[in-house]
Ligand binder design. Structure first.
Ligand SMILES: *[C@@H]1O[C@H](CO)[C@@H](O)[C@H](O)[C@H]1NC(C)=O
Ligand SMILES: *[C@@H]1O[C@H](CO)[C@@H](O)[C@H](O)[C@H]1NC(C)=O
Ligand SMILES: *[C@@H]1O[C@H](CO)[C@@H](O)[C@H](O)[C@H]1NC(C)=O
Ligand SMILES: *[C@@H]1O[C@H](CO)[C@@H](O)[C@H](O)[C@H]1NC(C)=O
Ligand SMILES: *[C@@H]1O[C@H](CO)[C@@H](O)[C@H](O)[C@H]1NC(C)=O
Length: 767
């Protein structure tokens, strides 16, 4: 969505999400995420927009306007400083006031001013030593004080850490229920001790009621409606169009793309026949349907297609899902819940689940909470004979049985892994199985807290349960050779590589910027590039990856995570049915070591100092003169554009009067495509150091071949301000008298023209 830079589209998406939320029986959507891409390794970067606060804020405001026009509340998050997943419930983000204002709070500020989100989610982490849900400086003084915001604050899930301080700061709702910190006796106790007042409680309560009223009306307290499906052609088309506009063409030498006049294509790579719809964690969901690159290309190409997987890139053992059926024969598994942690009596609740990724976070039935035990029953049928491998991880104590025999026992596990939140390490074990001969799987597990040492820390003995069963059959094929042979046999090769919901997810950060795993995808790319010069590399990932082969690859398409239409969108662009037009919302550095947070990531002893200050993303690369692999705002199309001479409505900017810049843009190529025109403001002389330039306006315009249209870029006081902190206790925004330059271009590094304006007298403001 961010790489489309299309505000109208984001608003339209918001409206569709409103309808979708209604279909799911929900009134409040827990989005958008506007945290910054501080490091390329951020586990949740795929879920948030950009390294630039202005782009992020504008996109978020459009999304929120669309969503709330349908009566569904947006919950902008995570407020504030949740730029990493490592130790996210414990780390202290140390952020100086100026970067806090200019970078990390700015997207929230823009969204509050332009779209007034009805809800906001506090972050897990601490900010400057105080839990985000207790931080009065941001919640009380800035958000509700300076900005005058009237919405409801919701904690992140289990992101409330005490009773009085979060109520005092105005964190209105502790999530999820049942409450841990706001039981009646705890509240009464705080009242008795004078730690909170009746007024504090009434304010929170009033804001909860305000949210109810805004979303459904107080007079309409109907029971939660059942979920229904809302799969429709109009939304599919919108998703397809968004995916096409988001595809970002990083490189296209010798016009390798679009693929024309080819009779045979080799589709190679671990992601060709996998649907990579999104990243992992709470932003993940099961789409109504998915399209793989293979299916998309197949549906749009008459010629011959060959496939080679090339390598295996899965982070964990793939799920056993495709191989299992429940005892009743349906695909999936049977899940039996028992009261208490001893599997006693008959199952209290029986559920059918579609797969073997069984994380019960908030889906365990209420009637068995908190102490429950569960069994997973399934039949697995191998599709080949060999030494096959199972993996097993569980949140609580767990055991996996095969044909009644104990196979993997992690009842008393101690080492936490990453395969699921709060779960054990994935334990792998191999077994000889025969093709077509079914085996019986049984898991026994409970909701007891593991490792046992965590009981004292959490202050409770039972938590959310769950488990994950992986399965992979022995592989006897030389995948690299298969890929090289396929590439040699075809007119063109399309490599689809990248990350997936396991590599990029809520809950943890990436460890390296390299394509997984252990160089296998890089080796595959090098081998295929050598075998066929007409090779397109398609990269599916939410964040930058290192590209040691960048000079040898003639065409590189950054494909992000594109939901259910991913395969179709890719094929439309490969064959030139539409031009790609996305632009990078984050810099792709050459090396991980070049990134601004490198020295302060992910912190030490639970402290992460945002030492780069305001120099995040391109602000850093430009100031430090470090050439990136691909710069912020970069993206090619199948045509070319010429920028004409810009005109200004006036050349003096004041507190009340902005400036409009009009730039004529001409499509000088032979294909219709949109251009995204970017305006960066540069403060020629200022008292405090400032970035070389900062994005302050952009516009997107669709142009037919030969057509010229004007793009209007609007600047106002917010386009020139910086935050002066030492003025007084709180500080203020200031526009300093002097000259400003506007650099207008097709990317942060491809500036096509410049104009100047002036601020005659300095002025200050708060909001
Ligand atoms: C089966 O595979 C595992 C893991 O690859 C290996 O450790 C084990 O030695 C193999 N066993 C046999 C009988 O080949
Ligand atoms: C990683 O790749 C290297 C180079 O091919 C290989 O020697 C090494 O065994 C691999 N390591 C693992 C853990 O697979
Ligand atoms: C692929 O995408 C990932 C994540 O966005 C990025 O880190 C990597 O540099 C990209 N690789 C290529 C070859 O585009
Ligand atoms: C910023 O604040 C300092 C300290 O209060 C003050 O001396 C300085 O004049 C301010 N800067 C500007 C440009 O107003
Ligand atoms: C700080 O300066 C701003 C801008 O001049 C002003 O509005 C605000 O009242 C001042 N705050 C304090 C505490 O003096």
């Amino acid at each position: 969505m961010a790489s489309t830079w299309n505000l109208d589209l984001l608003e339209e998406i918001g409206r569709h999400l409103g309808d979708e939320a209604k279909a799911r029986g929900a009134n409040v959507l827990l989005a958008p995420t506007v945290c910054m891409h501080r490091s390329p390794l951020g586990g949740r970067n795929f879920e948030s927009y950009s390294e630039d606060p202005y782009l992020t804020g504008k996109l978020a405001a459009s999304y929120i306007r669309g969503l709330q026009s349908k009566g569904i509340a947006a919950t902008i998050k995570h407020f504030v400083g949740n730029e990493q997943e490592t130790q996210r419930q414990g780390y202290n983000a140390v952020i100086a006031e100026r970067p806090l204002r200019e970078i990390y709070l700015r997207p929230f500020e823009i969204a509050v001013r332009e779209a007034s989100p009805w809800a906001l989610m506090s972050a897990y982490n601490l900010v400057n030593g105080i839990h985000a849900d207790e931080y009065e400086h941001t919640l009380k003084d800035i958000l509700r004080g300076e900005w005058g915001w009237d919405g409801t604050v919701i904690s992140d899930w289990t992101g409330t850490y005490a009773t009085a301080p979060s109520i005092r700061a105005g964190a209105d709702i502790e999530m999820p229920g049942p409450s841990k910190w706001r039981k009646m006796e705890q509240i009464q106790d705080c009242l008795d001790k004078g730690e909170i007042t009746r007024e504090d409680i009434e304010k929170c309560a009033a804001r909860v009621l305000h949210l109810v009223e805004r979303t459904k009306g107080l007079g309409n307290m109907t029971p939660e409606p059942p979920e229904r499906s809302n799969n429709n052609a109009e939304t599919s088309n919108l998703i397809l169009q968004t995916a096409i506009e988001g595809l970002t063409l990083l490189k296209n030498e010798h016009k390798v793309l679009p693929l024309r006049g080819v009779k045979k294509i080799a589709l190679i790579g671990p992601n060709v026949k996998r649907a990579i719809a999104g990243g992992g964690g709470s932003a993940g969901l099961k789409p109504y349907y998915t399209t793989t690159p293979w299916e998309g290309v197949r549906s749009r190409f008459e010629g011959e297609l060959v496939f080679a997987q090339g390598c295996d890139s899965s982070k964990w053992m793939p799920l056993a899902t495709p191989y299992v059926t429940a005892p009743d024969g349906q695909p999936g598994v049977r899940l039996e819940y028992y009261h208490g942690d001893k599997f006693e009596g008959e199952p209290a609740v029986v559920q059918h689940k579609a797969g073997t990724d069984l994380w019960l976070w908030d889906s365990a039935p209420k009637e068995v909470l908190p102490a429950f035990s569960f069994k997973v029953k399934a039949i697995l049928t191998p599709t080949s004979t060999g030494n096959h491998t199972f993996s097993f991880a569980s949140v609580g104590p767990g055991r996996l049985f095969i044909n009644g025999e104990l196979f993997i026992d992690i009842w008393d596990w101690t080492e936490e892994g990453e395969a699921m939140f709060s779960a054990s390490e994935d334990v792998l074990k191999s077994i000889h199985l025969e093709e077509g001969k079914p085996v019986e799987l049984l898991v026994e597990s409970t909701s007891e807290v593991r490792p046992a040492s965590k009981v004292a820390v959490l202050g409770r003995q039972y938590d959310y349960g769950g488990c994950r069963i992986g399965y992979q059959e022995e592989d006897k094929v030389d995948r690299l050779k298969e890929a090289v042979d396929a590439a040699k046999s075809a007119d063109a090769a399309v490599l689809v590589v990248g990350l997936d919901a396991e590599w990029e997810s809520e809950g943890y950060d990436r460890q390296t910027m390299d394509l997984p795993k252990n160089g296998s995808q890089d080796r595959l790319i090098e081998a295929v590039l050598a075998a066929n010069p007409r090779t397109v590399v398609v990269n599916q990932s939410g964040t930058p990856v290192s590209m040691p082969w960048v000079d040898r690859a003639p065409a590189i398409l950054q494909a992000w995570y594109q939901g259910q239409e991913a395969g179709n969108a890719l094929a439309d662009v490969l064959f030139g049915n539409q031009s790609p037009s996305g632009k990078l919302p984050a810099t792709f550095p050459k090396r991980l070591e070049d990134n601004p947070a490198y020295h302060n990531w992910p912190g030490e002893n639970l402290k992460t100092v945002y030492g780069e200050g305001i120099y995040i993303g391109y602000r850093h690369y430009e100031r430090a003169r470090i050439a990136p692999l691909f710069p912020f705002g970069h993206g090619l199309t199948y045509t070319t554009f010429e920028y004409g001479t810009p005109t200004l409505s006036n050349t003096v900017l004041t507190e009340s009067q902005g400036i409009e810049i009009t730039v004529p843009v001409t499509n000088t190529g032979s294909v219709a495509a949109p251009e995204i025109v970017q305006a960066y403001v540069s403060d020629v002389k200022s008292t405090l150091p400032r970035p070389e330039k900062e994005l302050q306006a952009f516009g997107k315009v669709m142009l037919k071949p030969g057509e010229t249209k004007s793009v209007t870029l609007k600047l106002d006081k917010y386009s020139v301000g910086y935050f002066n902190t030492s003025l007084n206790q709180t500080g203020s925004w200031i526009a300093e008298a002097g000259d400003f330059e506007v650099l207008i271009g097709a990317s942060s590094a491809d500036i096509r023209c410049k104009v100047s304006f002036e601020v005659k007298e300095s002025f200050q403001w708060i909001f």
